[in-house]
Ligand binder design. Structure first.
Ligand SMILES: [Zn+2]
Length: 294
């Protein structure tokens, strides 16, 4: 592997080994190097993403715990660390999950059949609702994207919400269209797109996927055990999406209905969604395949 000096980017050949040091956080021996040209010393760990992290060994367990219905405070209690450390770790994990999800979309085969829909939740109070656009590949249940957007309160809470928090923008269409734009390279041609009969969807689909075969199904009432996402009685043509949405809602503590755990801001929710997409596609689905084979 070619090594470069981080200061003068001098190439391999003028870099010499320069002893070891024991990393405090995990007691690993790390090789140090020295650039002959500028005398800069650096190590194998200098270019790693986890640089300056004292509890790097907890990263993977925190990722699994946050995507398994645990709150930040409970993770801090279980692992014996401060809740501020958990909060910082979640930001770091979300950033790296976003990068990995993007790479996965580039490398994986293009999706031929997709289903999408919007889920509803809220930030801080029910008077500040949020919408999450979820796009899932049919049959495999691979989550291609999940993006949160701001929406105004509806029904009985609308007037109260405007009075207390002022008018709220509706960013659902903008987010949906940006998401479709980002997915253009991942979705194959010809593609079949399915959704419910929301009248706002057709414009976005025809604008971004004019050649797609677009099918809309009538919306149905949700059943209680499926977190309101799985539908009552009989065959559900949108089952693969609804089942994935039920999984997202059940596995992220802040989305579970009637719970103490809530999203504090839209950015916190987006961080959790990105972590969940990574966990769902790389752990849950692969584990399911393994158990089906054994
Ligand atoms: Zn140098």
């Amino acid at each position: 592997m070619k090594r470069y000096c981080p200061k003068c980017t001098h190439q391999h050949g003028k870099i010499r080994k320069h002893g070891f040091f024991k990393r405090k956080s995990d007691y690993k021996s790390i090789q140090r190097f020295k650039c002959i040209r500028c005398n800069t010393t650096f190590s194998k760990a200098s270019t790693q993403k986890c640089i300056h992290q004292n509890k790097r060994h907890l990263n993977s367990i925190i990722l699994k715990l946050i995507a398994s219905k645990n709150s930040q405070r409970r993770i801090a209690l279980l692992l014996g660390i401060s809740k501020n450390t958990v909060a910082t770790k979640i930001k770091f994990l979300a950033k790296s999950a976003r990068e990995k999800n993007r790479q996965m979309l580039k490398q994986s085969s293009s999706a031929q059949e997709i289903i999408f829909d919007d889920m509803e939740t809220f930030e801080h109070s029910k008077m500040k609702p949020l919408s999450i656009t979820v796009v899932v590949e049919k049959y495999t249940q691979r989550i291609l994207a999940a993006r949160a957007s701001i929406m105004p309160a509806k029904g009985l809470l609308a007037k109260k919400s405007r009075k207390k928090y002022g008018s709220r923008k509706d960013q659902r269409r903008k987010t949906r269209e940006r998401l479709f734009q980002d997915l253009k390279n991942t979705i194959g041609s010809p593609v079949t797109i399915e959704s419910d009969q929301n009248p706002h969807y057709i414009k976005s689909v025809t604008r971004h996927f004019p050649k797609a075969d677009y099918i809309q199904y009538r919306g149905r009432r949700g059943c209680v055990v499926g977190q309101g996402e799985l539908k009552e009685g009989g065959f559900d043509p949108l089952f693969y999406l609804n089942h994935t949405c039920a999984m997202i809602r059940d596995n992220l503590g802040c989305l579970v209905r009637r719970s103490w755990c809530t999203s504090k801001t839209i950015h916190h929710l987006q961080d959790r969604l990105d972590i969940y997409i990574y966990f769902h596609n790389n752990f849950l689905l692969k584990n399911r395949k393994k158990s089906a084979l054994s």
